[in-house]
Ligand binder design. Structure first.
Ligand SMILES: CC(C)(COP(=O)(O)OP(=O)(O)OC[C@H]1O[C@@H](n2cnc3c(N)ncnc32)[C@H](O)[C@@H]1OP(=O)(O)O)[C@@H](O)C(=O)NCCC(=O)NCCS
Length: 319
């Protein structure tokens, strides 16, 4: 496709751009992620606006002759330090692979340069062929690979090495002390991992209270000591649409209690809840180079790789 009109990229305007933003995002992501993608709604957008992750400073709309065709977010997570910014570009499918997509990427890099951020980071799924081509042409390098893994819940088995010493207690999302404990366990478990920075109580409270999702979590106790947790998510919209899938959102075990079967026991407990909820398939995402070899735990329980996602990075200024 030849690009005739001039692309204008301007800041997102609250109260005006939400409908176009949600529509462009849904068009792009549902195409590439398929039935696993949970379409966003205006309600999700309103929830995001009140969440700790909302940062309108980094949101831009790309317009062609007054028509929004791209939703660009250039996010700098101040809590993670100012080493890198994360670029997300979603656009109308008819413009994928065109010069306009490249202009959106160059705009995002320039925005990071102006904000004094040295590195740019972005995510792609393995089937986003045009995007990968563009990133590589613009000097981005693949730095990490993640696997999306799935399993049928009719297939999970017990007696596979799960720890019998521990007991479980459901996480009560409205209880501040539970959110505090979850924050502590999660931050301890993930310390030092790729892309991780300590989460806050406020963020975890928002995570567990998303209106469009059913969330369930448990703590694992070794005698009186909390040693791990698991959190599962079910999208109410996917279930309403007849997709009986649920997600293992996060799992962690404190270092001294690892390799004792606690992770296996937590996973089985979480999958049991999903199955009782009427879910038929579980999915999760894991870093292929997870330093604690989480992928092996998932394989042991029965998960298989369905597809890959990659993280690309480049210095904002190339010399
Ligand atoms: C991943 C994690 C939850 C596993 O918890 P755990 O209690 O150690 O898990 P288990 O003892 O049940 O291990 C189950 C299997 O996983 C594999 N495994 C777990 N840790 C491993 C390691 N360090 N090296 C190799 N294999 C490992 C083994 O196959 C193990 O079975 P085995 O001990 O019978 O060989 C824990 O290491 C953790 O909290 N990691 C940090 C947080 C994290 O990365 N979470 C996952 C994000 S996707």
């Amino acid at each position: 496709m030849t690009c005739k009109g001039q692309l204008i990229i301007r800041p997102f305007v609250e109260g005006r751009d939400e409908i176009a933003w949600v529509s462009i995002t849904n068009e792009y992501l549902s195409h590439f992620l398929g039935p696993d993608y949970i379409p966003r709604s205006q309600e999700d957008m309103e929830w995001l606006k009140k969440s700790p992750w909302y940062n309108p400073d980094g949101m831009f709309v790309a317009e062609l002759e007054g028509e929004p065709i791209g939703a660009i977010s250039v996010d700098v997570d101040e809590r993670a330090g100012r080493r890198h910014g994360t670029i997300s570009i979603e656009l109308r499918l008819r413009y994928v692979g065109t010069e306009y997509e490249r202009q959106m990427l160059l705009f995002s890099l320039e925005n990071l340069r102006l904000r004094g951020i040295p590195y740019a980071r972005t995510w792609v799924r393995d089937n986003m062929v045009e995007r990968i081509k563009l990133l590589e042409a613009e000097g981005f390098k693949k730095v990490r690979s993640f696997s999306m893994m799935k399993m049928r819940l009719s297939e999970f088995k017990h007696e596979i090495g799960e720890c019998r010493h521990i007991w479980f207690r459901p996480i009560e999302p409205t209880r501040n002390s539970d959110i505090g404990l979850l924050t502590f366990l999660l931050n301890e478990a993930f310390k030092g991992q790729f892309g991780f920075r300590p989460t806050t109580v406020e963020e975890n409270k928002a995570w567990l209270s998303q209106p469009s999702k059913e969330l369930y979590g448990v703590f694992a106790y070794w005698d009186k000591t909390p040693v791990g947790y698991i959190v599962l998510e079910v999208s109410k919209k996917l279930v309403e649409a007849g997709r009986k899938v649920g997600e293992v959102s996060s799992i962690g075990v404190l270092r001294p209690y690892r390799r004792l079967g606690v992770g296996t026991a937590l996973l089985l407990e979480g999958l049991k809840w999903l199955r009782e909820y009427g879910i038929e398939e579980a999915m999760l995402e894991t870093d292929d180079d997870n330093p604690t070899k989480a992928k092996r735990l998932y394989e042991k329980v029965g998960f298989k790789v369905a597809y890959k996602e990659f993280v690309y990075e480049r210095p904002v200024s190339l010399h």
